[in-house]
Structures are given as C-alpha cells and as structure tokens.
Design a protein around this ligand. Structure first.
Ligand SMILES: Nc1nc2c(ncn2[C@@H]2O[C@H](COP(=O)(O)O)[C@@H](O)[C@H]2O)c(=O)[nH]1
Ligand SMILES: [Mg+2]
Length: 538
C-alpha cells in the first residue's frame, strides 16, 4: 500500500452496493481497499468466464446456435447413440465385421481438442504452441521413444491443423474418434485380411512412417490403411447425420437425450425482457430444429402451440445455415413454409422487410451479410453469438465480422472439479519447480557441471505432471491444461471466445447491462514480479 492509500477508508463487502451507488469520483479515488471474503458470487458451473471485456449494454443482438448450445444433449447417452449408429452403418453399408455391433462408447476415453493424424492412426495432444505432449495410437499411448521416432520435430505447425492433422474439436467428434480408435486397435491386433492387390496409396502411407509398423496393419500387403479406416468412419458418420438417422432416433426419445428443464426458455424470456433482439442460427434442418425447439422452448412458451411458441421467442430464425460458409459467401436464402417444412423459392427482399415482420417466420441458408441486412445490424460488435464449436461458430464470426462470442463448453464443471482434486499435486509441482530454480541459483555461464546429473528431480517432476493429467482423464489428460501448460484447445478458446461458460442458460444470471471484465485473467510472465507480490527477490 502506498502512502496516499494508507489514510483512506477500507470498507466491508456488504457496504459496497450502497457505496457505488452514492459515491462521488472523489470518494472512489480515496478508497483504499474492499474486504471481499469471496472472490465471485456465482458458483463455478454457473459462471460466465471472460477472456476479453464485453459490455452487455453495447450488445443489441444475441444469437444462438442450437445443437449443444440451446439444446443441451445428455451425455454419454447421446454419444452412445451416435457411436452405435456409426458402427451399425460400418457393418451394414461398408462390410465391417459384425463384432462392431457389440462395441460401446467409452465416456472416459479421449477428450476434445486432440489432433488426428489419420495417416498413422494417432491422436495427438498439443500445448498452446503446438508442442506434442502425448500421442495415442488407437487406444494405446505411445512411449516417448515411439513418439520421437514418429514425429522427430515434436511439433505441429498451425498450417498443418485442418490439413494433415484434423482437429477433433466438437462434441460430435468424440463418438467418431472412439469408433476410429477401436478400429485402429482392432486391426492392429491382427484382425485384418491380407490382400496382394494392395493399392499404391496404401503402400505409400504405410512404409516406415509411424515407428510401429511391425505391429500394425500398415505392412506392405495390407488391404486397408489407417487413412482408409478414417475415410470410412467419416463417411459413416456423414450418413448418420445426413440421412437423419441420429435425429430420428433422438426425437423418438427426447427425454433420454435432451435436458428437460425450462432453463433455456427462461433465459430467452429474460434476455428479451432486458431489451435484447434474439436470433437462432443453426446448421440443423427445419424439421429437426422445430421438434427440438418445441421441446426446449415452445412447450413452456405456448403449451397449446409449441411450434409458434419457439418461433416467436426469436426475432429472426435461420436453419440450415451451413456455418462456417454462412460467415463467408453463404448460400441462397429461402423462407421455410412452416406448415409443410419446405423451403419456398420466392426472393427474399431484405430491404423491404422490417425486423418486426420477421417474428414467427423461419429462413434457411443465407449469409452474414444478408442477416445484417435483415436484422438491421449496423456494427458486428453489437452482436453476441453463443455457440459450442470454435471453428464453425466463433472463429470467423469473431475474426472476420467482429461479433462478440460466447463459447459453450459442457465439460467445464468436470474440468474445474479435476483441477480442485489436483491442487495438492499442483502445489507439489510448484515446490519441485522451486527446487529446480534453487539448484541453478548462483550459477552463471561459466558453470560446467549440471547440478541435477542423476535426473532424480526430473523424474519426480514427470511423475507429478502425469498425476495431474490423470486427475482429468487417464488417457488424454485435461482439456484446457497439461500440468502447468495450456493446451491448443485452451489457446483457441482464449483467442476466439470473448466469453465461455458451461451452459448457455447461465446468461440468465447476468443483467442485460452487465460488464464482463477480464481484469483477473492471468498476466504476462514478466508482470508477476516479486516486488508486486511481496515475495522475496531471487
Ligand atoms: N454431415 C455431418 N453433419 C454433422 C456432423 N457432426 C454434426 N453434424 C451436424 O451439424 C449440425 C450442428 O448444428 P448446430 O446447431 O450446432 O449448428 C447438426 O445438424 C448435426 O447433425 C458430421 O460429422 N457430419
Ligand atoms: Mg452446435
């Protein structure tokens, strides 16, 4: 505390609202400090976390994605359904062995945010800078030396993400990745038919590239490559989505697959009451959107006519949006005939439409430019878009159009729980890091002998790091962190999501004029100086 502050009054937290309401600028300037026994009022799972300041007073429009955003799917039931449909499709339409029908989704295997190297059957976890942290070959974790042999650089360049390495970044990817990992494991185990007519492609992708060729199906005479397996799994997944197999089965048992409270409806009602314009922007088709939104919103808004109920909860409804294309050139905008569910061919003349005239109507396709014209959006920064997919929902919206973004991360509570469980180990990690720093104290560039030649400290550090990762997930570790390092997924969230939260209904707990502040987010390493924290200077 400096001399100027010492004579200023401290106040207790219960006096704060009154103080803020009545104080003059002079009062605030003379304020020394506030005793705040709890840092945050809201429980961890209910909070909206802030990467960059968002003043909700400046937000006139709030848009919502549907799947995994407004529609909170129950997991692992929904994963298991998707997993079993992909396996069924692989057996019935791609000739895979019927043993796949006995497989089950394993909820604690794999996390989002891994990169898939489909040419080698490997899932890779990277830190925020692309440094490889661990590699799973199918269901087996590679040893350090196997990892180094397969990837000598130990790094993934950002230009490789989305090219050689697919990002498993949506919750839809988890069942797909589970099926693929099982297949890699299954075929590696020798369940592969040999065929002399091996394709040149398969041979090229096999020989000596993964360091584990002897045990794998990537031998010269293998009929099918890891890449072929991935192509099949992806194609089967597309069939499951595009033929509506997953959607039909979901609608048959809505209570099993979707949360059934009125939290989504309540949030929309409160936001509308706070004067916000609301819109729906989903890639799902009208028939599915309508049934899901009837269930999530319509039956609470208007029990006699749920379909009208959910449509009138929004100022603009866009289905079949084809994000992320929507955020680029987009597709033809059509109005959906809500009685038949069919798109209509008429031209939609945006200039002649007033926002008020759009209530209750549904559009399909279009682009961000058309949407801005329809809704009368003058500045992208007056829009907050809430979605669950970093790439399709928030990346371009934020980067190219300056929409403010809120990412829904349903894993958040589990991550916070694991972080709490790992506290003792994290503390131990800090102690060991302190010991390591102490070993180097007093040494300068003339030193010739390493103080930790026996590697004991290094081994213990490694053991503690592994323990921390296991508290999150025993196969893949944490979604946002790996011991003290942030992951590639965490980096993308902090780059492209201004805000993030576990479920979008949490927005209901914040006033329409709330100021989300990023003041308490971690600073640059050089800003954590001993003089500031009153720790001793080393
Ligand atoms: N063809 C595929 N469609 C997929 C896949 N994974 C998800 N989806 C579909 O995307 C939308 C998501 O909608 P949104 O509300 O989040 O914008 C939904 O209709 C899914 O069925 C896939 O692997 N292939
Ligand atoms: Mg979604």
């Amino acid at each position: 505390m400096d001399a100027g502050e010492s004579s200023s009054p401290r106040v207790a937290s219960r006096q704060v609202p009154e103080l803020v309401r009545r104080s003059t600028l002079e009062d605030l300037r003379s304020l020394a400090g506030i005793d705040h026994p709890i840092k945050y009022r809201r429980a961890a799972a209910q909070r909206v976390y802030c990467n960059r300041d968002v003043n909700m007073e400046h937000i006139a429009y709030i848009g919502f994605d549907m799947d995994y955003t407004l529609a909170a799917y129950r997991r692992p039931a929904f994963d298991e359904l998707q997993f079993s449909l992909i396996c069924e499709t692989l057996v019935k339409e791609f000739g895979y062995p019927s043993v796949l029908l006995e497989w089950h989704f394993q909820p604690d295997f794999l996390i989002r945010g891994l990169l898939l190297d489909a040419s080698r059957g490997n899932f890779i976890k990277c830190d925020a800078y692309g440094v490889m942290l661990r590699v799973l070959h199918g269901r087996r974790r590679l040893l350090q030396e196997e990892m180094e042999a397969a990837y000598p650089s130990g790094n993934v360049a950002s230009s490789q993400v989305g090219e050689e390495f697919q990002s498993m970044d949506t919750l839809y990817h988890l069942p797909i990745a589970n099926v693929y990992a099982n297949l890699v494991h299954y075929f590696d185990d020798g369940h592969v038919e040999r065929d002399e007519n091996v394709s040149a492609h398969a041979a090229a992708t096999t020989a000596g590239t993964n360091g584990i060729a002897a045990a794998s199906l990537m031998a010269d005479d293998a009929r099918i490559s890891y890449l072929n397996l991935w192509q099949d799994v992806r194609a089967a997944s597309d069939i499951v989505h595009e033929r509506g197999l997953l959607k039909q089965r979901t609608l048959e048992r809505l209570t099993e697959y979707l949360s059934d409270d009125d939290a989504t409806y309540r949030m929309l009602r409160l936001l509308r009451g706070a004067g916000k314009r609301l819109f729906l922007l989903t890639n799902s088709e009208y028939w599915y959107t309508s049934a899901v939104m009837d269930y999530m919103v319509g039956r609470f808004a208007c029990p006699d006519d749920p379909s009208a109920g959910w449509r009138h909860a929004f100022d603009v409804c866009i289905v079949g949006a084809k994000k992320p294309t929507f955020f680029r050139n987009g597709t033809t905008l059509r109005e959906v005939d809500v009685r038949t569910g069919r798109p209509k061919l008429d031209d939609v003349r945006t200039r002649h439409l007033r926002l008020e005239a759009l209530r209750g109507r549904v559009f399909q396709g279009g682009s961000i430019a058309i949407f801005h014209a329809l809704a009368g959006v003058a500045r992208g920064s007056s829009v907050l878009y809430v979605g669950d997919h970093v790439y399709a929902d928030v990346l371009l919206a934020r980067k190219a159009h300056h929409w403010r973004t809120l990412l829904v991360v349903p894993e958040l509570s589990a991550e916070i729980r694991a972080l709490t469980q790992a506290q003792a180990l994290l503390k131990r990690l800090q102690t060991l890091e302190y010991l390591r720093a102490e070993m180097f104290r007093g040494l300068d560039a003339s030193a010739r002998e390493r103080p930790d030649r026996d590697g004991v400290l290094q081994a213990e550090l490694e053991r503690v790091r592994e323990g921390i990762e296991a508290a999150f997930n025993r196969y893949a570790g944490g979604l946002f962190r790996s011991a003290h390092r942030t992951t590639l997924f965490a980096q993308q969230v902090s780059f492209f999501a201004d805000l993030y939260t576990e479920r979008c209904a949490n927005l209901a707990d914040y006033p329409g004029f709330y100021y989300f502040s990023s003041v308490s987010t971690p600073q640059m390493p050089h800003e954590d100086q001993p003089a500031m924290t009153s720790e001793r200077v080393g």
